[in-house]
Design a protein around this ligand. Structure first.
Ligand code: SAH
Ligand code: SF4
Length: 526
């Protein structure tokens, strides 16, 4: 890497150096996985990202030029992605192009795309992997089974990543049948895997039992072989970015998931099964998931009960056994959720998607800001950092000419100065149907320097997997199909109009979309 260090992101934390995946046999994918290579492997495109020299971000962008007008790959009648070697047809219940479009919100032109009308129900049988502490023991007791069966089942679920009852090899056949009757051994299917960044990023579209589609992204960070006398050697890391909801009600206009609208909350098992699937794919090569980040589809703090259950399972040494320090949960600013977490004490690292330090602009970029404005979000995050002693990370997606001005850098530094906080600047991943583009590298570098100069820690993060539709929600959005051109044009117009008004300093007078208002009122109930 010629002495350059590349910073990972947007779903990654800490230092990492990306090596050449094709040279590393550990990075081969288990053969059972169905993979389409998107465009990344075929073109041999290098890793997009930001370069860092001598521990200082230079902000020199080495990735492809961002093009937010990249057309959405049209879908054919079967829902299969045209142009890319997709593996399986879309599920029958995948939504049609115009299905369920939210007539009240012109920014949701794809409508309820991550789900059909039938996709609003969780699976009928609870997932075995998502059972609350003690529930398996209670069920076994009611079945007249000895207590040690619980350990056997957990081992199969979490060490062997069993996905069918036939894989519960230590159990008698009658018990396996009873388990099948009572529980779902697996709650998700891998519908399509897209590999990019020369094998370093694997993006998976998962099909849920009711037809809903969610995504997870596995990012490999190979070990640094030689670190030099004064630098520590870093172990290989495999970070999995997972979804907490199908779709998202918040509706950030730069986010592919936001355009889909809200489908439903994921069940606990549907959250942790994303981890089991990735762990199963890594296992044949003797590799493990080392970090889990809730930065996939959905707003985790609007499904907080399930997210907390999932984190408890993932950190339980009898189950997945991942240290809570290796888990990051990102929120767009659900203040009651942050305050609830503060009362619980440190559960994981908290990240806050800020994207603007000024309310008028944040009203547009993160519509939830109309309910919980910047000052309230940062106050809650500050209290959380003080109470837990854990630094809060702030995500800031850089959008050219929108939130990347000197004024914004100053506002950000003023807002966070003196806090136990760190800012991650992420150049916007290209997504369809926004009028925006990523800030150019020199603007990102200047912005970073300005914030750093005012005493706030900043890292410039790399965009991973752009050739696999890096922005979470993009694969599901592609399945939803291309909305009619007038709807797309109208969406762009509305976003431009709203952001221009915001840049003139006017706060949004728009009320929250109905599904977001509903989600917020649920969130306030905590
Ligand atoms: N809903 C939560 C977690 C999921 S989104 C949240 O918003 O925090 C995870 C991160 O991806 C957020 O910081 C989000 O702003 C960012 N993101 C979404 N779309 C993006 C895009 N097009 N480019 C770069 N980052 C994006
Ligand atoms: Fe939802 Fe996060 Fe996307 Fe905003 S960025 S729409 S909160 S998933």
């Amino acid at each position: 890497m010629n002495g350059y260090r590349m910073r990972p992101g947007p779903c990654e934390w800490g230092d990492s150096e990306l090596g050449r995946a094709e040279d590393d046999p550990r990075l081969r994918i288990a053969p059972a996985v169905r993979v389409s290579d998107g465009n990344g492997l075929a073109s041999g495109r290098g890793h997009p990202g930001f370069l860092e020299v001598g521990g200082r971000d230079l902000g020199a962008y080495s990735g492809p030029a961002c093009d937010n007008r990249r057309p959405v790959i049209p879908t054919d009648a079967t829902g299969e992605t045209a142009g890319a070697p997709s593996v399986t047809p879309a599920p029958k219940s995948a939504p049609s192009r115009a299905a369920g479009r939210d007539a009240g919100d012109p920014t949701r032109v794809r409508g309820r795309a991550a789900h059909s009308d039938t996709a609003r129900r969780p699976p009928a049988r609870p997932g075995l992997s998502g059972l609350a502490d003690g529930a398996l023991e209670a069920w076994l007791e009611a079945e007249g089974q000895p207590a040690y069966r619980a350990r056997q089942i957990r081992d199969a679920v979490w060490r062997q990543h069993a996905q069918t009852s036939e894989e519960l090899l230590t159990l008698p056949a009658a018990l396996r049948t009873r388990i099948d009757e009572a529980f779902a051994m697996d709650t998700i299917a891998e519908d399509e895997v897209k590999v990019s960044d020369n094998g370093l990023t694997e993006k998976t579209l998962h099909l849920l039992a009711d037809g809903a589609l969610i995504e997870s992204v596995l990012m490999h960070y190979p070990a640094r072989g030689f670190a030099g006398p004064s630098r520590p050697i870093h172990r290989e890391r495999n970070t999995l970015c997972i979804s907490s909801q199908a779709g998202c009600a918040v509706g950030c206009p730069f986010c592919a998931t936001g355009e889909l609208g809200f489908g439903r909350d994921l069940e606990t098992a549907e959250i942790v099964d994303q981890v089991r699937h990735a762990a199963r794919r890594l296992a044949p090569a003797g590799r493990h998931i080392t970090n889990v980040v809730f930065m996939g589809m959905g707003e985790p703090l609007l499904n907080l009960d399930r997210v907390l259950e999932a984190v408890a399972i993932l950190s339980d040494p009898r189950q997945f056994g991942l240290g809570a320090r290796h888990v990051v949960v990102s929120t767009s600013g659900v203040v009651p959720g942050i305050r609830r977490l503060t009362k619980l004490g440190p559960q994981f690292t908290l990240a806050v998607s800020l994207h603007a330090a000024r309310d008028p602009l944040r009203d547009v970029l993160v519509p939830l800001n109309r309910r919980w404005p910047v000052a309230e979000v940062v106050a809650a995050a500050r209290d959380h950092a003080v109470a837990t002693g854990r630094r809060v990370s702030y995500e800031y997606v850089m959008i050219s000419g929108v939130n990347d001005t000197d004024l914004d850098a100053d506002a950000l530094a003023t807002l966070l100065r003196g806090d136990l906080a760190h800012v991650n600047l992420i150049p916007m991943n290209p997504v369809a149907h926004t009028p925006w583009q990523a800030s150019p590298p020199d603007r990102v570098a200047q912005f970073a320097a300005q914030v750093r100069h005012r005493g706030v820690g900043v890292t410039v993060r790399a965009n991973r997997g752009q050739d696999a539709g890096a922005a979470c929600g993009q694969l599901a959005a592609d399945r939803a199909g291309e909305p009619p051109a007038p709807a797309v044009a109208h969406r762009r117009e509305v976003i431009v109009r709203q952001s221009e008004a915001a840049l003139r300093g006017s706060r949004s007078l728009d009320s929250l979309p109905a599904d977001l208002a509903q989600a917020v009122s649920n969130g306030e109930g905590h």
